[in-house]
Design a protein around this ligand. Structure first.
Ligand code: SF4
Ligand code: SF4
Length: 413
């Protein structure tokens, strides 16, 4: 395509994104100001299923360990990592993400539905949880959701937020999580104009950095053990800015983790400008990242990226290679349960999780994954590298990494 046509198409796409963005966020914020959840959240009252009655009120670490052993014995996923998406409404329109572009009106899980989902997870067993969106700070009941999530995920509970909302909502809702000990993960993929272009907004990185400072103050004042960190997704546009981004994050007292742009699942958007290549620039960035011990990304994840991009990495799939310990679940705002690619394997608001894993859709998905060429992705590969390291050297590195993270949580590093 000639450059002028490409520029015109890019301008048109950007204007379209901005228009939809403005309308959706205005709607979300109007609901906020009215103090109500989106109307579709309420839904008709449903009879209380058995798993709600049977679920323990709180899952302790001992209880979680017992349930994991039960799943190991039954050779089914132990549910070590579960992401629960509260809404697809979002205050940003990132170039890499398809989440806010779904059907209108958007669904948002209600507090009652979240409690039911949490009961299902406690009954089955769960270890670490991620509360995500869309943007979770748009949810009016977020503090109550955190309380429930902390009763459900005894190992760690993390909120994934873009920190790009009104300051008082970040303070009230995400700040409440920090006071309770919820970890916070946010994202900065670019500073200033680049950040705005990648995130589909205006003044994004400055606002996010300001909100990070505010949360650091809340953490310090409350003595909270929350881990605060920024995930930066490497893409072809931001490689030159990576050192600057990492310094901006570090100077606010936050940690960093590193991901890489991909278009593997239905929740991501294809953008040909963002795909990475195995070239000298990427290798230089990786070499620099490996010299930064403060990063919360396994060194093997960083080292393996160029090899993966060059097509030389053997296929590794957590769902097939270590299904019991490395399977990650995504539960959407309507209760649908996803593994990675493909259709849902069930609905956690209507079926108990043990029945979902015993069902035909779970088996069918695994059969489909046998044809997947593989991935190299924080959400999936990193867990597999932890539970099934490819060498003794990587196993040792993983131990050092986990001990370092533990020291950070205890405030001794
Ligand atoms: S990546 Fe996150 S912040 Fe960006 S549009 Fe998607 S849900 Fe929103
Ligand atoms: S290798 Fe497995 S985890 Fe990775 S994209 Fe394929 S199915 Fe998903």
């Amino acid at each position: 395509m000639p450059p002028e046509l490409r520029a015109a198409a890019a301008r048109e796409e950007s204007e379209r994104r901005a228009a939809t963005h403005t309308a959706e966020v205005a709607r979300a914020l109007a609901l906020e100001r009215a103090g109500t959840a989106p109307p579709e959240a309420a839904g008709p009252a449903e009879p209380e299923p058995q798993w709600v009655r049977n679920a323990p009120a709180r899952l302790t670490r001992l209880g979680a360990a017992r349930r994991i052993l039960r799943s190991v014995a039954a050779r089914r996923p132990a549910n070590s990592a579960t992401e629960v998406r509260l809404t697809r409404l979002c205050s940003q329109r990132c170039r890499q993400c398809a989440i806010p572009w779904g059907a209108v009106p958007a669904e948002t899980i209600s507090l009652e539905q979240f409690r039911r989902l949490a009961a299902n997870l406690r009954q089955y067993g769960a270890a670490a949880g991620f509360i995500s969106g869309g943007e979770p700070s748009l949810h009016p009941d977020l503090p109550a959701i955190f309380e429930e999530a902390l009763r459900t995920f005894p190992l760690a509970c993390t909120v994934n937020t873009n920190l790009d909302n009104r300051e008082e909502l970040i303070r009230e809702r995400i700040g409440a999580g920090v006071r309770m000990g919820v970890n916070v993960q946010t994202s900065i993929d670019g500073l200033d104009d680049l950040g705005d272009d990648l995130r589909g907004g205006s003044g994004v990185s400055a606002r996010v950095l300001r909100h990070m400072e505010m949360l650091s103050e809340i953490k310090a004042a409350s003595g909270s053990p929350s881990v605060l960190y920024v995930n930066t997704v490497l893409n072809r546009r931001n490689l030159r800015q990576i050192p600057q981004i990492l310094e901006a994050v570090k100077s606010r007292g936050w940690r960093s983790s590193i991901g890489s742009y991909h278009n593997l699942t239905r929740h991501t958007r294809r953008d040909n400008d963002l795909f990475l290549e195995d070239d000298a620039e990427l290798r230089g960035v990786i070499a620099d990242l490996l010299r930064r011990p403060e990063l919360m990304t396994l060194p093997e994840m960083l080292r393996g990226l160029p090899t993966y991009l060059a097509g030389e990495m053997p296929r590794r799939c957590p769902y097939l290679d270590a299904p019991v310990l490395a399977s990650r679940l995504l539960i959407r705002e309507n209760g649908d349960v996803y593994l990675c690619k493909g259709k849902p394997i069930g609905n956690a608001l209507r079926q108990d999780l043990a029945a979902i894993f015993a069902g035909p859709a779970y088996t069918e998905r695994l059969r489909e994954y046998a044809d997947c060429p593989g991935c190299w992705n924080n959400c999936y590969t990193q867990k597999l590298l932890l539970v099934k390291p490819p060498s003794a050297r990587v196993a040792l590195e993983n131990v050092r990494f986990s001990l370092g993270l533990g020291r950070y949580r205890r405030g001794t590093s």
